[in-house]
Design a protein around this ligand. Structure first.
Ligand code: PMP
Length: 433
C-alpha cells in the first residue's frame, strides 16, 4: 500500500502552461518593502485617501436601503456602471456605444488583461510587447500559449545636458515594423506607460495603427493612467484613429482613476466582435465582480460626467496635484544626483542610479541584475523602497537596463518629504566620506 501511495505522489502536479512564469517581482519586493522600508515609493498605489464623493457613494450604497446591492448583479457589469461608462466613452471616442455589448466590467484592469489574452491569443500566436512593460503581459501571453515578441523604447539622451524626459524614449520605426509578420496576432500598447511615464505621441500611435491595419493585428490598449497626464500633454486614444476601433480593446481601472486600487474595479471598452470572446472567458472564470463596488464607481463616474472638463472634476484635479508631487520628487532626486527621467504621465518616475553605484558594489558574474541588488540594499540600509527597472524587461534585454529604478509619487506630501530627507542624508554621507 505505501509503495503505491508514494508512486502517486511523484506525479507532476504543475500544468505545463505554468512553466517559467512562477517568478513575480511584486511578491518579493512588496515583502521586502513591508519588512524594511520606512518610506515606500515602490508599488504603485496612492497613500492618500480616495476622494470623498467616492467613499460617500460606497457608504450610501451600503446603507441606502437597496439590499439588492449585496446580491449578484449582471455578470458582464452592473447595469448602472456599464451605462455610465458607455456614456463617458461615447464622449471620449466620439462614437455611439452599446453598454451591454461594448463595455464589460472586470476585477481590476488585471483581469481585463487576462480576459484579452485568453480570448484572443492562440497557441503559436505572436504578441508584440513594447519594453519596458507592465510585467504581467509576458506571463499572461505565455499562459495563453502565445509567444511574446519584444521591441524596446530606445533612449536618446538630450545633448544640451538637460534632464531626460520619457518622450526621449522612442520606438525605432524600422525595428517596430520588422516585428510585424503573419504570425502577429496582437500588440500591447500601454500609454501612458508604466514604468517610464511615456505618453505616446500622435505620430507614434499613427505608426502603430498603420502597422496593425496593414497586418490585420489587434491592439490591446492598456490605458489605466489615461487621466494622469502632465504639462498640458494630451492622452490620445488609439481606438479613435483610422481603422482602429474594430481591432482595439481599451482597458481601464477605477483603482487608478479614483485612487482606490483596493476596490479592484476595471473595465474593457471595444467592439462586440472582440468583447463577445472576452465575455466567454469572464463567464467561465470570474463570472461576476463585487456589486457594491461597481455601484459606487458608477456614481463616481456619474459625478465626473456632470463635471466633465470643469475645474471641480477629479479627473482635472488629480493630475494637477500629481504634477506638483512629480515636480517635487524630480527636484529632490536631482538635488542628490539621482538623475530622474521626467515622466509625461502616470504616477511613476524612473531615475538613473549610476551616480550612486559606488555605494553598492557590483558582483561580477552574478545572476542578479544590478538594479535588483541596488534596491534591496537601499531598502535595507536606507529604508527607502523602489522597484528595479529591469523587472519591466524581457530576460533577453534585462541586462541593458540595470542602472535605473522606478519610484511612485502618488504619495502624501509627508511621505515625499520623508523620502527627500533620506536622500539628502545619504548625499551628505557620500560627500563627507
Ligand atoms: N495595467 C497597468 C499598466 C498597471 O500599472 C496596472 C496596476 N499597476 C494594471 C494594469 C492593473 O490595474 P488594476 O489594479 O485595476 O488591476
Amino acid at each position: 500500500l505505501s509503495l503505491s501511495l508514494q508512486a502517486k505522489m511523484s506525479r507532476p502536479v504543475q500544468a505545463r502552461r505554468l512553466e517559467g512564469i512562477d517568478k513575480n517581482v511584486w511578491v518579493d519586493f512588496v515583502k521586502l518593502a513591508a519588512t524594511y522600508s520606512k518610506v515606500n515609493l515602490g508599488q504603485g498605489f496612492p497613500d492618500f485617501p480616495a476622494p470623498d464623493f467616492l467613499t460617500e457613494a460606497l457608504t450610501r450604497a451600503l446603507g441606502g436601503g437597496n439590499h439588492m446591492l449585496h446580491q449578484y448583479t449582471r455578470a458582464f457589469g452592473h447595469p448602472p456602471l456599464v451605462k455610465v461608462l458607455a456614456q463617458f466613452f461615447e464622449k471620449l471616442l466620439g462614437r455611439d456605444l452599446d453598454p451591454m455589448t461594448n463595455v464589460m466590467v472586470t476585477v481590476g484592469a488585471y483581469q481585463a488583461l487576462f480576459c484579452c489574452f485568453q480570448a484572443l491569443v492562440d497557441e503559436g500566436d505572436e504578441v508584440i510587447i513594447i519594453e519596458p512593460f507592465f510585467d504581467c503581459y509576458e506571463p499572461m501571453v505565455k499562459m495563453a500559449g502565445g509567444t511574446p515578441v519584444y521591441v524596446p523604447l530606445r533612449p536618446n539622451p538630450p545633448k544640451d545636458g538637460k534632464l531626460m524626459s520619457s518622450a526621449d524614449w522612442q520606438l525605432d520605426p524600422a525595428e517596430l515594423t520588422s516585428k510585424f509578420s503573419e504570425r502577429t496576432k496582437a500588440i500591447v500598447l500601454n500609454s501612458p506607460n508604466n514604468p517610464l511615464g511615456k505618453v505616446f505621441s500622435r505620430g507614434e500611435l499613427e505608426l502603430i495603427a498603420e502597422l496593425c491595419v496593414k497586418h490585420d493585428v489587434l491592439c490591446i490598449s492598456d490605458e489605466v493612467y489615461e487621466w494622469l497626464v502632465y504639462d498640458g500633454k494630451q492622452h490620445i486614444r488609439i481606438a479613435s484613429l483610422q481603422g482602429m476601433w474594430d481591432r482595439t480593446v481599451i482597458i481601464g481601472s477605477a483603482g487608478k482613476t479614483f485612487s482606490a486600487t483596493g476596490w479592484k474595479v476595471g473595465w474593457v471598452v471595444g467592439p462586440d466582435r472582440l468583447l463577445q470572446h472576452l465575455r466567454t472567458v469572464h463567464q467561465n472564470s470570474v463570472y461576476h465582480c463585487a456589486t457594491i463596488a461597481q455601484e459606487a464607481v458608477a456614481q463616481g463616474f456619474q459625478r465626473e460626467l456632470t463635471l466633465y472638463g470643469k475645474p471641480e472634476s477629479y479627473f482635472v484635479q488629480l493630475p494637477k496635484e500629481l504634477q506638483r508631487k512629480r515636480d517635487w520628487l524630480i527636484q529632490s532626486l536631482n538635488a542628490v544626483g539621482m538623475k530622474p527621467i521626467i515622466p509625461e504621465g502616470t504616477y511613476f518616475l524612473v531615475a538613473d542610479i549610476s551616480p550612486f553605484k559606488s555605494d553598492v558594489p557590483d558582483v561580477p558574474n552574478s545572476d542578479e541584475p544590478y538594479d535588483y541588488r541596488f534596491v534591496k540594499w537601499m531598502v535595507k540600509n536606507k529604508g527607502l523602497a523602489a522597484i528595479p527597472l529591469s523587472a519591466f524587461y524581457s530576460e533577453a534585454h534585462k541586462n541593458n537596463y540595470t542602472n535605473f529604478i522606478r519610484f511612485c509619487f502618488a504619495k502624501e506630501d509627508a511621505t515625499l518629504k520623508a523620502a527627500n530627507d533620506i536622500l539628502q542624508k545619504w548625499k551628505q554621507e557620500k560627500t563627507s566620506s
